[in-house]
Design a protein around this ligand. Structure first.
Ligand SMILES: [Zn+2]
Length: 131
């Protein structure tokens, strides 16, 4: 039995579902919190300034983290879709098989290592996401 082909996706299906649950548990409270924070702005404007400045820094960090987590969730759903379609473990850019070791480290990977590093060089920091 060779370890270069993925005869059985079950292992990765399980990993992806576990990871998705972890992410959803993290994301849900955050989306709830920002929604309720938006509703409760009943403080007079002059009193808000200092707090808003502090909260702004906090929110930027949270938001960046939230964006990464949401992006990973999208990747995970796409990976689960590829498991169903039978194309999981194949690089979506060059159609080469992604090494199982890489998939175990990052089950939502859709690029082989070569294409991943090319795409990271192209993108730079992932702060240009348009939501
Ligand atoms: Zn590739």
């Amino acid at each position: 039995m060779s370890d270069t082909t993925l005869a059985n996706f079950q292992e990765f299906d399980t990993l992806l579902r576990q990871r998705r649950e972890e992410l959803q548990a993290k994301i849900d409270p955050q989306t709830h919190r920002s929604a309720s924070a938006g509703e409760s702005v009943a403080t007079p404007p002059e009193a808000v300034d200092d707090e808003a400045a502090n909260a702004g820094v906090q929110n930027d960090t949270d938001l960046a983290q939230l964006e990464l987590e949401l992006a990973e969730l999208v990747d995970i759903d796409a990976a689960l879709g590829r498991i169903k379609a039978g194309t999981y473990g194949i690089c979506t850019a060059c159609d080469e098989a992604i090494p199982p070791a890489r998939l175990r480290a990052m089950p939502s990977a859709h690029f082989c290592i070569g294409c991943q590093s090319k795409s990271e060089q192209r993108q730079g920091f992932p702060h240009n996401t348009s939501l």
